[in-house]
Design a protein around this ligand. Structure first.
Ligand code: ADP
Ligand code: MG
Length: 183
């Protein structure tokens, strides 16, 4: 498993508008994520994640000053809760496909967006390599397949226990890279 963490940053906004699958984007170049993400083959992974208020983390950049109180209120019950996720590792077309990005689709319905909140992710298994699709519908179907696969796979006893890991539950536990698993 791999441990990632960082603030949720803006992408192109295509995830929700175009595909119906919003993805919380992590900055692959920041914090400890970069070296890890650079070792990962592009594709789709499953795992668990938690959203945190910025001030709950140890990261020095964390500050809540920009978050509106209404958003904090809406997100309160969703913060610190472990969710299943499906993550895409790919290349960002804005940087000539040279910059790797990590995008996490959380298998949970949120009441609002939560840019600026912090995400902690435990990446478990590789589901499929990145491929190009002939149509938008084919891509949507593939993502739906990834979500179904992740939903089922993460209930397996040997994977489910990762959802109880202190890294996800306590934002002050530092990330530790245990092992790079590449299928
Ligand atoms: P962007 O390109 O800026 O990442 P997206 O269309 O991918 O835009 O939407 C992502 C944003 O949607 C996230 O940053 C988050 O604030 C919000 N969001 C709402 N529900 C979810 C979810 N289930 N999983 C991930 N992000 C979600
Ligand atoms: Mg996104």
């Amino acid at each position: 498993p791999l441990f990632l963490e960082g603030p949720i940053i803006h992408g192109f906004g295509r995830g929700s508008r175009l595909l119906g699958f919003p993805t919380a984007n992590l900055d692959a170049e920041k914090y400890e994520n970069g070296p890890i993400i650079h070792t990962l083959p592009v594709g789709v992974y499953d795992g668990f994640c938690t959203v945190f208020f910025p001030e709950a983390t140890n990261l020095s950049a964390a500050s809540s000053s920009d978050l509106p109180e209404s958003q904090r209120e809406s997100m309160r019950e969703h913060c610190g809760t472990v969710f299943k996720m499906a993550m895409s590792i790919g290349y960002n077309p804005q940087f000539n496909n040279t910059l790797k990005t990590a995008e996490v689709h959380i298998l949970h319905k949120f009441p609002c967006d939560f840019y600026g909140f912090y995400l902690r992710v435990i990446v478990l298994d590789f589901l499929r390599p990145m491929t190009s699709f002939k149509s938008l519908q084919e891509l949507k179907d593939a993502i739906k397949g990834d979500v179904d696969k992740a939903t089922t796979a993460l209930d397996l006893p040997e994977k489910k226990t990762w959802g109880d890991h202190p890294f996800l539950i306590n934002a002050h536990i530092p990330p530790v890279v245990l092992q790079v698993k590449t299928q």
